[in-house]
Design a protein around this ligand. Structure first.
Ligand code: FAD
Ligand code: FES
Length: 388
């Protein structure tokens, strides 16, 4: 009963009464009671769905430049997920079929819908479309929940330290909601780096949670704000982590944010003596300024256009765009899910030519041996030929 009151108070503050009613009904009609096929094959296919048919059932503003899209299933069933996982949404924009992964920001404790929270990206493509064009009732297909950036209370330390940057807050919302809703015996310290208070997503909700729950502490770390901001300023670094986390050696660290922040925080944690096994990281996609990555050929500006041959097709491929993007632009379909070099779905065989492989690719040994590359994080640096 106490839990319902807490949920209600915080929920009312954030979402308003209508949505709370929605949540109440969802919890009453647990998705687990929905009819799953009796055959093991059908059951497995439902639980590990390759493709989901989703419909936008509500849209909420989440801060200045972000929206939360509530996605329900057209079939009435959504597979379970672990807090921290993402779905990969397919879109058709200006005649180009492409996709982008989005972490599920809602709690895994209810499955009538998945919330995804989309932040505007400067020079963005799909994010602009999702923020400006999509309306309630629009339909999408998506890959089922995936990803290894998961909150696993059984294996991880009792103290979880969440290091988030910008839109990288989203998987933490799911983890936090699960921990607080389920009253898990877990301590959570969140450090959230943003340019300004206005740019911070879920700031009011997180502040309300921190007031309400003694096992959750929240620190917004602002880099650009003037003197008016009296909280933490600057960037998340080892000094700040040591100041805010009392038992640094007794915690599991999770990092999610822009690649630069991600790499920086990992180095800071390592310098503090935190072993790699206690650092969990989410790659939020391929980096946008690939020309800046270490090892990029100095003689190339990134604007060069090369010939990409695939079967009997020859298409144009910009040096600073992934091979996957160039293929999608010209209507060639490739299997895809993470767009971060992790899942292997987008692999293609490099027949000839040279490519730049971005950091963070998890290529299987056999793939490497036989010349396969992950097209989502491979960039042409000469004319190339690939096989699908
Ligand atoms: C696991 C994971 C979880 C994520 N979760 C979230 C989340 O919760 N919230 C969030 O906001 N973001 C999240 N992201 C990032 C998200 O997937 C997108 O990268 C982000 O929304 C920006 O997408 P975008 O298309 O606007 O910009 P980009 O992904 O940077 O795409 C712009 C690029 O699109 C290509 N492009 C431009 N025009 C065209 C065209 N006409 N045809 C084809 N290609 C074109 C160009 O290469 C251009 O550089 C996540 C990423 C990952 C990997
Ligand atoms: S889409 Fe997952 S590795 Fe490229």
């Amino acid at each position: 009963m106490a839990k319902t009151i807490k949920d209600t108070l915080i929920g009312t503050l954030v979402y308003g009464k209508e949505v709370l009613e929605d949540i109440r009904i969802t919890r009453k009609v647990s998705p687990d009671k929905m009819s799953l096929g009796k055959e093991p094959g059908t059951r497995i296919a439902q639980l590990h769905a390759k493709e989901l048919s989703l419909v936008v059932s509500a849209i909420f503003d989440t801060g200045k430049n972000a929206k939360t899209l509530r996605l329900s299933s057209k079939t009435g069933y959504l597979p379970p997920f672990e807090a921290g996982q993402y779905i990969n949404i397919f879109t058709e924009i200006e005649g180009v079929r492409t996709s982008r992964p989005y972490s599920i920001s809602s709690s895994p404790r209810q499955r009538a819908y998945y919330d995804i929270t989309v932040a505007r990206t400067e020079g963005g493509f799909v994010s602009d479309y999702l923020l400006d064009k999509v309306k309630v009732g629009d339909e999408f297909s998506a890959n089922g929940p995936a990803g290894v950036f998961r909150f696993q209370p059984v294996f991880h330390k009792k103290h979880s330290v969440f290091l988030a940057g910008g839109s990288g807050i989203t998987p933490f919302m799911s983890m936090l909601r699960e921990i607080l809703e389920a009253h898990l015996d877990r301590q959570v310290t969140m450090l959230y780096g943003c340019r300004s208070v206005k740019a911070a997503l879920f700031h009011e909700e997180l502040s309300a949670y921190a007031k309400e729950f003694p096992n959750f502490s929240y620190h917004l770390v602002v880099s650009d704000e003037g003197d008016s901001w009296t909280g933490e300023k600057g960037f998340i670094d080892g000094k700040l982590i040591s100041k805010l986390v009392s038992d640094i050696n007794e915690a599991t660290y999770y990092i999610c944010g822009p690649q630069v922040m991600n790499d920086f925080c990992k180095k800071e944690l390592e310098a503090m003596g935190i072993p790699e096994k206690r650092i969990r990281r989410e790659m939020f996609g391929a980096r946008r300024d690939i020309e800046q990555e270490d090892g990029w050929p100095k003689e190339l500006s990134g604007q060069e256009v090369f010939k990409l041959t695939v079967g009997d097709k020859v298409i144009e491929a910009k040096a600073n765009e992934s091979i996957l993007t160039s293929l999608e632009r010209s209507g060639v379909r490739v299997n895809v899910c993470c767009r971060s070099g992790e899942c292997s779905l987008c692999r293609v065989k490099l027949i000839s030519g040279r490519v730049f492989l971005s950091k963070g690719i998890m290529l299987r040994m056999a793939d490497e041996k036989f010349g396969y590359i992950h097209s989502c994080k491979a960039y042409p640096i000469s004319d190339i030929e690939i096989g699908l």
